[in-house]
Design a protein around this ligand. Sequence first.
Ligand SMILES: O=C(O)CCC(=O)C(=O)O
Ligand SMILES: [Fe+2]
Length: 305
Amino acid sequence: MIVLPEKTVLTSLGYELDCSGEAFGYLTDSSNLLNQPQKLRQRMQQDGYLYLRALLNSQEVWQSRQEIAELLAAEDCLKPGHPILECVAKPGLKMHFRPDLAAQSQAIKKLLYSGRMMEFYQVFLGRDVRPFDYTWLRAIAPGHGTYAHCDIVYMGRGTHDLYTTWTPLGDVSLEMGGLIILENSHRLERIKNDYGCKDVDSYCSNRKTAQLYASGEKWWNGALSKNPVSLRKKYGGRWLTADFKAGDVLIFGMFTIHASLDNHSQQIRLSSDSRYQLASEPVDERWVGSNPVGHSAAGKRGRIC
Ligand SMILES: O=C(O)CCC(=O)C(=O)O
Ligand SMILES: [Fe+2]
């Protein structure tokens, strides 16, 4: 039986999730396995994710939140009359993806690329680790979350032994809309052999529209589906999530299907996603360097289809 707080309705992209025990559940906390690399790797192989409660120092998380909140306040995105740390959104605010905010925060860099996070990866991967130099920061205003996808389609040009850490920057309740993971989706051969072979920055150079894709005017956004309810019915498994607290992290592999819940609160949902791999493995060049090219025109690749 799944117990949800009273009157909680969970939606993703406006679709109400079936919260019965066969369609929905909570993430398994693996923090009891910390410092046991073999067991951590086994758990990752088995589940496709590691939910590690209180991995990070929560003070450092709140400090990061403070820096982002100050930037949002300076942009006049927050509703006056509330402590800025609450990040209550100005009515009507539209906001989603703000990597530029992460680039301006020293506290975020320290949180994600030193200390406990790097120590964890060093143990988990067993040798020298390198993170990507690009930080995906989400400042999700009240409204829709993120569509279902696998990260491989955005960052698959280097090693596939690459991991995402999703870090809530503060407490992220079910109402505020945290990440959801589709149980056992990392094992789906259909995903690995079809959708999972795609690359959002590749285009067919022999098509009429080639120039539009090459310049970045047009692009495929990498969505696997915009309907998380029918997606779950198609592939099976449950949507899994948690009542995330500052200090928690959720780590997953490149083929794990994930999305996020809609934000039904008044606050802006703040979180980051960052990536880590062995330093000795090939790296996806779009995401490294002092000014990563990312999905801009410089990262596009044409091929004959
Ligand atoms: O935070 C979100 O809404 C999406 C995050 C995500 O896609 C990721 O961490 O890879
Ligand atoms: Fe993702």
